[in-house]
Design a binder for this molecule. Sequence first.
Ligand SMILES: [Zn+2]
Length: 148
Amino acid sequence: MDSLERELEKIRKKEAEILAKIDKRNKKRKIKCAACGSSHQIQELTLIQTHWYIAPTGCIGGDFWKEGEMQFVCPDTQIRNRLFFYGGVSPENPENTVEEQFKSKYGHLFKEVIEEYEKHPRGYRVNNDFYTNRKNCERFGLIDKKER
Ligand SMILES: [Zn+2]
């Protein structure tokens, strides 16, 4: 193999190593749980991606699901916490809301992810809200344009 290709391969290997290290660090980051008052590591939590149903309207509208909020389940009380995200978009990538940034950085690090399609989600207890504010954005390495 040519030396340039070898060099590139080395860099890619290094990149993969660093990404793995970042994931390893990130999955230990803790989310404050308002259900029990303590904080839980992301790797210990079940994430629920909710979807809500848009009923059919007229001839062509509706009849589909939209992605809703994320929730995590307190492993001690089984009470759900809603994960709400305020904030703007990252200046580097305007498509990237704070919520999208969180999903791409942390979504795969939860113990389990449940995609929930529930037309009338009433059978569980939902508690309290978790908001990204300036402090939480910093803690999770998310960029909020409004906070800059
Ligand atoms: Zn808890």
